[in-house]
Design a protein around this ligand. Structure first.
Ligand code: FE2
Length: 286
């Protein structure tokens, strides 16, 4: 079992790395991408486009369309920001990779999404532990076109700043992990994906819905914040929300009393299934 305090923001910087500004932002330097790097984006985009039909939720697919992310080339963040600002007031800021937790939360709390710029190598198409520009842009940003999810992400940033002072960051990191990164949603057509770690992974997009091995459990805020996770393999448990409103409403209250209650409860291993869990059926790709 491997767990970091905040795995989602811990990226190694390998791309061109100019000195970051005080808020850790840099210029994307779009003109510096090579033809090979654009081609890797194209390959990744086409693979996910076909695998996500019938597997990703409607909100994600609509976000890809409305944002104007396409296969042709690694997107220029300035162009995406026009659509993103108009839709929900969010914007993408380029970062070199690793940003301190407080900086990450400060950006989210101000509706700025920090994105890495570098793209994985061709021999890393199937798996990369750290986030790259494909994960950050294709995986995360389409959901920021959805107004409810956009508000959830801002509230998450505000909650993160508060959790820093309460020593509860690992609780909140689990919430991010099991929703923003690896979340599923129940729909009339069956389970669908909205988590960025899944939608940017060909293998996990199929595995999370159709493989017999992982648990698929109904979302419960306290349950999620007790549950450890792994960062080095496909997940052994996924949590499914019923709607984005449910997610936002569950996380609206002040978490301070929740953290106090959680401090008295044992952590749960990722594979644990409790008698009180709502166990969901496998999804299909119809
Ligand atoms: Fe991520």
């Amino acid at each position: 079992m491997v767990e970091t305090a905040y795995a989602g923001a811990q990226a190694a910087a390998r791309h061109r790395v100019p000195s970051p500004r005080a808020d850790f932002t840099i210029s994307q330097d779009w003109g510096a991408y090579t033809a090979e790097e654009h081609d890797i984006w194209r390959t990744l985009f086409h693979r996910q486009e076909s695998v996500l039909k019938g597997r990703a939720c409607e909100e994600f697919l609509a976000g890809v369309q409305a944002l104007g992310v396409v296969a042709d080339a690694i997107p220029d963040f300035r162009r995406l920001n026009d659509a993103l600002r108009a839709a929900t007031g969010w914007s993408i800021v380029a970062v070199p990779g690793l940003v301190p937790d407080a900086v990450f939360f400060e950006h989210l709390a101000n509706r700025r999404f920090p994105s890495t710029c570098f793209i994985r190598r061709r021999d890393q198409l199937d798996y990369l532990q750290e986030p790259d520009v494909f994960h950050d842009i294709f995986g995360h940003v389409p959901m920021l076109m959805n107004p409810v999810f956009a508000d959830y992400m801002q509230a998450y940033g505000q909650g993160g700043l508060k959790a820093l002072g309460l020593g509860a960051l690992h609780r909140l990191a689990r919430l991010y992990w099991y929703t923003v990164e690896f979340g599923l949603i129940e729909t009339a057509a069956g389970l669908r994906i909205y988590g960025s770690g899944i939608v940017s992974s060909k293998g996990e997009s199929v595995y999370c819905l159709e493989d017999a091995r992982p648990n698929r459990l109904g979302f419960d805020l306290m349950r999620v914040m007790r549950t450890q996770y792994r960062i080095d393999d496909f997940q052994v448990t996924y949590f499914a929300i019923r709607s984005f409103d449910e997610l936002f409403d569950a996380t609206r209250p002040d978490f301070t009393p929740y953290y106090a209650e959680l401090a008295r409860m044992p952590d749960l291993e990722a594979a644990t299934v409790l008698a009180s869990d709502r166990v969901l059926q496998r999804g299909t790709s119809d």
